[in-house]
Design a binder for this molecule. Structure first.
Ligand code: BJW
Ligand code: ZN
Length: 263
């Protein structure tokens, strides 16, 4: 076992409260693209063209086409061994809070698989950047399940709110938009109360999410990182375990049981 992995295991075993912050890297091995590393979405698309309220106001058809394509791709993706190890941790040990920047819903699915007949909700994460499986109205904020069909990309073809007639949009958080205040406050409260923050598969550059581990550190807690490479967090981390999350997490968290069979 590597020295960093051993340090990380010991810190997790000694912790009372744990907050876990995940990013797109945990879903990479499920086939969901990341954003900034090789093959990431922001290597092929400009965020300001697709993931800002200004882009939606300027070209809603382009934004809808992009999200529709991502939803289709996500439909074939399943949680991997990393999501499932985190779900077992949250279900099997009190004082664990999952916080994710991901919009793919794979933590929810892992919780349902691993809970078997138990209540899966302790393993449901706070979703800081929303969820791809929902839409919301761009005017009245009514939320609905994601539309499954996109009739076309012209304005008259785009999905509209049944209440007020304004355009629907994916229920995700774009650059320059506020995160849901309740979700944000509960995530930071968990981070301050935790004595360990486990950070998995994020470049840790997008705020305010990237501040979650700093809230734990400011309150005297430790940070453990799992990533393919070092990040801006690594120099302050108690341990950085380098490797794919789907391999490292089951090993790191093996004390919390074996995986349920695939449904
Ligand atoms: C693996 C792996 C494997 C790969 N195993 N690891 C303070 C300072 C500076 C800027 C700001 C600040 N506060 C706010 C800002 C502005 C902005 C921001 O942070 N900008 C920075 C980028 C400069 N933040 C915002 O605008 C936020 N809103 C806000 O702050 O509101 C308040 C406000 C409003 C108005 C004015 C002023 C303030 C909103 C941010 C919303 C982010 N939205 C997105 C898109 C979501 C919807 C969608 O999916 O389309 O969220 S952008 C994208 O980045 C997505 C992700 O959740 C987020 C983070 O990315 P992530 O997950 O870290 O992915 P990558 O690709 O960056 O990293 C992957 C990592 O995994 C890498 O490290 C790999 O090595 C690793 N990896 N495979 C383990 N197998
Ligand atoms: Zn509406």
């Amino acid at each position: 076992m590597s020295r960093e992995l051993e340090r990380a295991r010991e810190a997790i075993a000694a912790a009372d409260g744990i907050v876990v912050l995940t990013g797109s890297g945990i879903s990479a091995e499920s086939g969901v693209p990341t954003f900034r590393d090789a093959g990431g979405l922001w290597r092929s698309y400009r965020p300001e063209d697709l993931a800002t309220p200004e882009a939606f106001a300027r070209a809603p058809g382009d934004v809808w086409a992009w999200y529709h394509q991502r939803r289709s791709q996500l439909a074939g993706c399943r949680p991997n061994a990393g999501h499932r190890a985190l779900a077992r941790l949250a279900l099997g040990r009190p004082g664990v809070t999952l916080v994710t920047q991901n919009v793919d819903g794979l933590h929810h699915e892992a919780a349902r698989i691993e809970a078997r007949s138990k209540d899966p909700s302790p393993a449901f994460p706070f979703e800081l950047h929303g969820a791809l499986h929902r839409d919301r109205c761009s005017r009245c904020a009514r939320r609905t399940p994601a539309v499954t069909e996109l009739r076309g990309e012209e304005l008259e073809d785009l999905p509209r709110c049944e209440d007020c007639g304004a355009l629907l949009r994916p229920d995700v958080v774009w650059f320059g938009e506020m995160l849901d205040v309740d979700t944000l406050e509960r995530s930071f409260a968990a981070a301050r109360a935790a004595d360990l923050c486990l950070v998995v598969g994020t470049s840790a550059v997008v705020h305010p999410a990237a501040s979650v581990p700093f809230a734990t550190m400011a309150a005297g807690g430790r940070v453990i990182e799992v990533n393919l490479e070092r990040t801006p967090l690594s120099s302050g981390a108690h341990a950085t375990v380098l490797g794919p999350a789907s391999r490292i997490l089951p090993d790191l968290l093996s004390a919390w049981g074996a995986s349920a069979q695939d449904p």
